[in-house]
Design a protein around this ligand. Structure first.
Ligand code: ZN
Length: 112
């Protein structure tokens, strides 16, 4: 049983690509079309992730990666803390993490 949507079958493919709440998140980050173009319903989760990454540019890869992290974090918060967030909050967390990471990269590797 999926902890996020209470539908059957929580595995990584469901959580990150099929779960209704997380589908809204993927639509909000603007990667819906490239994700669905590369997604194969018959492939396993790692195969889909690597196929999707090959179809994205560098910035899209960053957004995709932090969104996966935020979706997993939301799922864990729901399971361990009974704390539910809306799709916008999940996307906002991903955006904040990415902004922090990018700022850290600028500090570590300043452009001369
Ligand atoms: Zn679900």
């Amino acid at each position: 049983m999926c902890a996020v949507c209470d539908e059957l079958g929580e595995d990584n493919t469901h959580l990150f690509f099929v779960c209704s709440n997380n589908m809204l998140c993927r639509q909000r980050i603007g990667l819906w079309s490239p994700l669905m173009a590369a997604f194969d319903t018959n492939a396993n989760f790692p195969t889909n992730v690597f196929a999707i990454l090959q179809h994205l540019d560098q910035q899209q890869k960053q957004v995709f990666s932090v969104t996966l992290w935020s979706i997993r974090k939301h799922r864990n918060n729901k399971v361990w803390n009974n704390f539910t967030e809306i799709a916008q909050a999940i996307c906002d967390h991903a955006g904040s993490l990415l902004t922090s990471w990018r700022n850290t990269q600028i500090i570590r590797h300043p452009i001369p």
